[in-house]
Design a protein around this ligand. Sequence first.
Ligand code: ZN
Length: 215
Amino acid sequence: MDFILFGIQGSGKGTQGKILAEKLPALYFEMGGELRRLSAEDSDLGRKVKSIIDAGHLVPTEVVMEIVRNFATTMSQDGKGSSIIFDGIPRNKEQNDQFVTLLNELGRDYTGIYFELSREEAERRLVTRRMCKVCKTIYPAMYTQPACEKCGGELMTRADDNADAIKTRIEIFYKETTPLVEEWKQQNKMIFVNAQPPIEEVTKELFNKINSPAS
Ligand SMILES: [Zn+2]
């Protein structure tokens, strides 16, 4: 079973996705990371991705799908288990329709997981999250230690986390991604998890819901 993660920025879906990937176990597909990995790879797809990134262009949907197909048909064979957790895709209707078609074509069983968080809480979390000045690790609002746990570096509020940028990202999420959540729900393909509580509690609910997706 593949799991497709949905959630507003600040919902902690990436954190939960990585926990899920480790515990199941499953492969973790995150678009940004996959683009970086491919652009360093000596392959046709790698060179294609690198040229798009170097030119500063957005990756077209058909290339996104090629990347997903490549991942599902090659990475999935390495013995770590064939389940994949997708994070960061689909973001909009165009991606969604092609993504679902591709999953069906590849014969993959899948369900969405929506990490529900209020708009107010998402904004609060994004404003208060911090980044290590040295290693650039991002820490959520819930991380209250004064220094980076990896390198001991000083933590600062991220420069791009200003109010306007956050509002824009949140607007795009509501406009383009939440209709997909509704669509998947109507097809009985979506599990809902409350992302408001502390990380450990969200993980607990997540595993409860996955073991009984019908509930
Ligand atoms: Zn650090």
